[in-house]
Ligand binder design. Structure first.
Ligand code: ADP
Length: 212
């Protein structure tokens, strides 16, 4: 699952995973969980993430290789937020070649201006991780988590200056990965997102997947 930061690719990945009954593997979620638990990995990546930069390839590749070796991945999986550099794509390509899996890339296209206004409105519960949006998905009581009543916060990397850095990283390091896929044996499904209900977009993606 491919798309710029804040494009809603995480939401689509979760919905697709439910529909296709495949495990959803988000490297961003794995890192955030480790930061929250204060593990060795979490301590290594926290400052990098807070600055909107990318975690080093060797670290990410090792984590993904371990995760894909788990039994629940044997019938397929959805990767969200990985690969993000050509070096990561090369590692994954080697792994998928050995697994003899069909390779599909869903590329979510969303206008950067839409993303920036949406991200500015994004809020999260620091305790349970529930996500809200001041405009499209507000909590019942302003500024407070529906599930546990905790005060909502803005993710450090959702702040505007950090957001800009994440776009720079995406343009410089991640967009070349799409060309890598184009040149290889990948089926590329491109969909435009950014407005409308997430479920409608998922339906559109599933439709394209079955047409092919
Ligand atoms: P986004 O909202 O940008 O899609 P993610 O939740 O996927 O955010 O990732 C959050 C942060 O975790 C990234 O900004 C980066 O620092 C780190 N990260 C996640 N996946 C990778 C990856 N594949 N390679 C390098 N860094 C990663």
């Amino acid at each position: 699952m491919f798309g710029p930061p804040g494009s809603g690719k995480g939401t689509q990945a979760v919905l697709l995973a439910e529909a296709l009954k495949a495990p959803h593997i988000s490297t961003g979620d794995i890192f955030r969980q480790n930061v929250k638990e204060g593990t060795v990995l979490g301590k290594q990546v926290k400052a990098i993430m807070d600055a909107g930069q990318l975690v080093p390839d060797e670290l990410v590749n090792g984590i993904v290789a371990d995760r894909l070796a788990q039994p629940d991945c044997s019938k397929g999986f959805i990767l969200d937020g990985y690969p993000r550099t050509v070096r990561q794509a090369e590692m994954l390509d080697g792994l998928l070649g050995r697994l003899r899996k069909a390779k599909v890339v869903v590329n979510l296209l969303v206008d950067y201006n839409i993303i920036i206004s949406r991200i500015a409105a994004r809020r999260q519960c620091p305790v349970c991780g529930s996500s809200y949006n001041l405009v499209s998905n507000p909590s019942k009581v302003d500024g407070v988590c529906d599930k546990d009543g905790t005060a909502l916060i803005q993710r450090e990397d959702d702040k505007e200056e950090v957001m800009r850095k994440r776009f720079d990283a995406y343009n410089e390091q991640t967009l070349p990965v799409v060309d890598f896929f184009r040149a290889g044996e990948y089926r590329l499904v491109e969909v435009t997102g950014g407005n409308g209900a997430p479920e409608d977009l998922t339906a559109k993606i599933l439709e394209q997947l079955t047409i092919g």
